[in-house]
Design a protein around this ligand. Structure first.
Ligand SMILES: [Zn+2]
Length: 113
C-alpha cells in the first residue's frame, strides 16, 4: 500500500512547515494529486489519520484535489485532457503526444493555528 508512505511524506512536510511558522496545530492540509499517481483519496485519508495520530496534525482535515491527466500533441500542437488512459490526440488521431499533467503530487497549502 503506497498510500502509507505518501501519507508519511505529506505529514513530514506539513509538520516542518507548521513548525517554521510557530504553529501548535495543523487544521487543514490541501493536497494536489495528479490522476496518474493512482491515489485512492479514501485510502490516503485513512493512512494519514494513522500516521498523523499524536502529532500536531492529528485533527487536520486532508483535502485532496485530483488533477486530470492532460496531454499535448506534437503533430497539431493541441492541448487536451486524456480520459480513460486514451493516449491519442482527439484532434488528429496522432499518438505522438506528451503527457503534460496528471503526474504531480504536492502540498498546496496548510492551515494552522
Ligand atoms: Zn493532434
Amino acid at each position: 500500500m503506497h498510500e502509507m508512505g505518501i501519507a508519511q511524506n505529506i505529514l513530514d512536510i506539513a509538520v516542518a512547515a507548521a513548525r517554521k511558522e510557530g504553529a501548535s496545530k495543523i487544521t487543514r492540509i490541501n493536497l494536489v494529486a495528479g490522476e496518474l499517481r493512482g491515489i485512492e483519496p479514501m485510502q490516503l485519508t485513512f493512512c494519514f489519520a494513522v500516521v498523523a495520530r499524536d502529532t500536531i496534525a492529528g485533527n487536520a482535515y486532508l483535502d485532496i484535489e485530483t488533477v486530470p491527466v492532460s496531454g499535448y500533441c506534437n503533430e497539431c500542437q493541441t492541448n487536451f485532457s486524456i480520459d480513460d488512459y486514451a493516449y491519442v490526440c482527439p484532434q488528429c488521431g496522432s499518438v505522438k503526444i506528451e503527457v503534460t499533467g496528471g503526474t504531480e503530487l504536492r502540498l498546496k497549502d496548510i492551515e494552522i493555528e
